[in-house]
Structures are given as C-alpha cells and as structure tokens.
Design a protein around this ligand. Structure first.
Ligand code: ATP
Ligand code: ZN
Length: 296
C-alpha cells in the first residue's frame, strides 16, 4: 500500500518562538500528540508531521526538502539567505505571523560619540548576523570590521572584543543593563511562515490548506465583533467611528423606531477610546466580543 502523503513543517523546538508556533498550529486545527522530546511529532487529524528543531536549521530543512514549510524569525531566515550563496534563494516568505517581534540594531557604548552611521568607519562590530550587517554596511558605503559571535554579543564592548555591536533587541533592557544605546535599526523582524518550491500537487494542496487556516486564525485574532444600539439619527456618525468595518449590519429594535441595533466585524484594534468615541456619538449597550474563527 502506498504510504499516505504528508506535509512536513519545521518549527523551533525550544526558545522564543516555540510555544507560539505550536499554539498557532493547534489553533489551525492540527492536534498534535505532545512529545516535545522527539524530533518528529505526528498530527492526528491532518496529514502533517511537525519537526521540532533549532531555528537556525530550518532553512536547510526546507532547502533539502525534508520539510516544505517552516516557521522562524525573518532575521534568521534573511541571514541564511544573505550567507547562503544562493542555497536558500528558492525559499519564500509566505506570511508574517505577528509574534517574535524584534529588531536587528546597531548599539554603541553610552560614552561612544555617535553622530551618524559614518561614526562606524574603521570600528569593530560584534554580531551573530554577519550577512545582514555586511549588506547594510555595504549599502551605506561604510568600511568596518565584523567579528562574528554566537551569543552574548552584548558583552563584546566591555571585554574590548569590539567597539560596538549589532544584535537583536526587543524591549532594549539587555542593552541598558550592558550600558549600550541603540543607534540604527537594520531590520524589523517577526516570525514568518516560509516555504520551499513545492512540486507534489498533493503536498501543495495541504500546504495551501494550512496556510489559509493560519491566515484565518491571525485575522480572527485581530478582529472583534461589535454590537451596539444606535439612535437612528446617529447612525452615520457611529459608522464613521467603527474601526475597519466597511458595512455593518443594521437591524430594527422591536418596538422602537428611533433606535437600531448595529453589528460589525472590526478587523482593527477596538480599544477603550474606540468605545468611548462610539458612546460619545450616541451608541449605547456596546458589546465587544472576540472572534474564534473566520472564513470568507
Ligand atoms: P535555537 O536553540 O532554536 O537556535 P536561539 O537561541 O537561536 O534558539 P531564540 O533566542 O529562541 O533563538 O530566538 C528565536 C527568535 O526569536 C529570534 O531569531 C528572533 O526572531 C526572535 N526574537 C524576538 N525577540 C528577541 C530578542 N529580544 N532576542 C532574540 N531573539 C528574539
Ligand atoms: Zn538559533
């Protein structure tokens, strides 16, 4: 009997992206037999195998077609492409996933007299992102030396290994506690869904299905369902305040000809100030509820 054709996706085994990547697959309706210690996790209800690996290895898994999809930081993906001599050219970013947000930045010691990017000329820069940094320096026509470090890049200036650093920053607290100041942002990054060139039509169909489910999950997560009552006379004013909703549903309220009910899916943030603006425009009984799933 021919073995069932299964799609394979690589995600980070442990680290900053691991939990959210697994949760995203689960929200997309993939239920996994949880055995995090293993390399491979079989989905029970979808022809999908999940490879739990180091993020740095994901591009190679895709390039060698061990997996067809992968989730990793754009920073790690673009760095592999920058250094890969064309090996990773055929891989494509399908979708930003909205988590793992960070930036790749140049930071200098607080007593470094930094005026502009020109101040880096002749300096030694420590980084784990040689490819992206070299491209950035070349683009700005700056001649500087790059020292590659695997980790703990932020201590390089203190140990006189380098003058400045180029590293990932999210809150900036690591920089502050090492006496460093962020000066240039080279790249803004988040987790992305990446794929290789899929030739098998069955696998391609499965990859499309998972990709559109993930899209639907992300859309639903960012959307809210708003219900409110509006004086008929204020309807236009209220529609103007409803965030990211083209055509709300307007329904009569029984026994009232001066009021209507308005329901809308808002695909933008609905914040307290949005609700206050709705109220100020005449809305009452405002309800905002999360949306679990959404498919057009
Ligand atoms: P692995 O063991 O898989 O190689 P790692 O140590 O390379 O893990 P993590 O530190 O878990 O990786 O980071 C994974 C990704 O999380 C980064 O490549 C980046 O895209 C993202 N990220 C978000 N915020 C930060 C941050 N402040 N520092 C580092 N990475 C961050
Ligand atoms: Zn890594």
């Amino acid at each position: 009997m021919r073995e069932e054709t299964r799609l394979k996706i690589a995600i980070q085994k442990s680290g900053r992206l691991a939990d959210q990547s697994l949760a995203l697959l689960e929200k997309s309706g993939v239920s996994l037999a949880k055995s995090r210690d293993q390399l491979l996790c079989r989905a029970e209800n979808f022809p999908l195998d999940v490879f739990l690996v180091r993020d740095d290895d994901i591009p190679a898994f895709l390039a060698n077609n061990v997996c067809q999809l992968g989730i990793l930081g754009q920073n790690a993906f673009l760095e592999k492409q920058a250094l890969g001599n064309g090996k990773f050219e055929s891989l494509a970013q399908l979708l930003p996933l909205g988590y793992g947000k960070c930036r790749l930045s140049i930071a200098v010691p607080h007593d470094f007299a930094y005026k502009s990017i020109q101040s880096l000329t002749g300096k030694v820069i420590a980084t784990s992102y040689r490819g992206l940094l070299a491209a950035y320096l070349k683009q700005h026509d700056i001649d500087a030396d790059i020292v590659t470090m695997e980790g703990a890049v932020e201590v390089a200036p203190r140990t006189h290994l380098a003058d400045v650093i180029c590293d990932l920053v999210s809150t900036g607290s690591t920089l502050v506690s090492n006496g460093l100041v962020e000066k240039e942002v080279i790249l803004r990054s988040e987790a992305v869904l990446v794929s290789n060139k899929i030739t098998d039509p069955v696998i391609a169909g499965l990859a499309d299905k998972i990709t559109s489910r993930i899209k639907a999950v992300l859309r639903a997560e960012n959307s809210r369902y708003i219900m409110l009552n509006s004086p008929t006379a204020s309807l236009d004013a209220i529609k103007a305040v409803l965030p990211g909703s083209a055509s709300p549903t307007v329904m009569p309220l029984q026994g009232r000809d001066d009021m209507v009910a308005v329901h809308a899916v808002c695909e933008e943030g609905v914040f307290w100030n949005t609700m206050e603006a709705l109220k100020a425009s005449g809305a009452s009984s405002i309800l905002v509820v999360p949306i679990e799933k959404m498919l057009d």
